[in-house]
Design a protein around this ligand. Structure first.
Ligand code: HEM
Length: 232
């Protein structure tokens, strides 16, 4: 996965990594077609549209890769950004002492992570529509900033403060409406397991590099520190 996301898919090297991943997933599709189980891919293989149409092998493979890509960089960046936020804000220790804070802590990490992901998905108006004070004509694009929504002072007191006890936390980190993140529940559970495990096993964790010096990477529309050097 790292090889695929690190390379420009338009280059021969990126295309070759993509082809390897696609071949691997096509192999999985064939295996599940031959021997279906109680899993997502087998379910997708069995889905039949109202007109009897089914997803072809390549469509299935692309859907699996899309799920892998959508859920990979986003969640791994939430882990690295969240670790840095917890350690630099001094709230890592609070989470160690009070593990019950892990759910609001994850929501606060997600609130602060935005601006680093999925911000560039435009929407196009089908008809003329008024949004607040602005008239949007049919066909025009609208870019809704999740980062701005997550820092709206009308919704969040002291929006620029990272606060793992923030409740309620009506963050829009997974988008809104028909394209709301398919993996939102999974991502929250993954992050809760990670931060609960990290604080339980490494109570003395500390950064060994300045947060400003961390190597950042951008994967498609999502950015975060590639490594977070720590000691304990
Ligand atoms: C911290 C983790 C994650 C964040 C912050 C995140 C964020 C988002 C956002 C903001 C959108 C909406 C994009 C739009 O408005 O067009 C989205 C869509 C999506 N996400 Fe996530 N996501 C995360 C994890 C995951 C995971 C783990 C999966 C799958 C296993 C996933 C799969 C998807 C898919 C398939 C869509 C497209 C939904 C659609 O267009 O109908 N995401 N995500």
């Amino acid at each position: 996965m790292d090889a695929v996301v690190a390379l420009d898919l338009m280059t021969p090297a990126g295309g070759a990594e993509w082809a390897k991943l696609q071949d691997y997933v096509l192999g999985l599709v064939a295996a599940k077609q031959a021997d279906p189980g109680a899993d997502l891919l087998s379910t997708l293989i069995g889905i039949r549209a109202d007109d009897g149409d089914r997803l072809g092998e390549l469509e299935l493979a692309i859907m699996v890769i899309a799920l892998l890509l959508a859920g990979y960089a986003t969640t791994s960046h939430a882990i690295s950004i969240g670790t840095v936020l917890l350690l630099t804000s001094g709230q890592y220790d609070a989470l160690c002492c009070e593990p019950g804070l892990v759910a609001p802590a994850v929501d606060e990490v997600l609130r602060r992570q935005t601006g680093r992901n999925a911000e560039i998905m435009p929407r196009f108006a089908h008809v003329d529509v008024r949004l607040g004070d602005v008239e949007v004509r049919a066909g025009e694009p609208v870019l809704a900033s999740l980062e701005a929504a997550n820092h709206d002072p009308a919704r969040f007191s002291e929006p620029h403060r990272f606060d793992i006890t923030r409740r309620p936390n009506p963050r829009l980190s997974f988008g809104y409406g028909p394209h709301h993140c398919l993996g939102a529940a999974l991502a929250r559970i993954e992050l809760q397991v990670v931060f609960a495990g990290l604080t339980a096993q490494f109570p003395g964790l500390r950064l060994t590099a300045s947060p400003d010096q961390l190597p950042w990477r951008t994967v498609f529309a999502d950015s975060g520190p590639q490594h977070v050097p720590v000691a304990w």
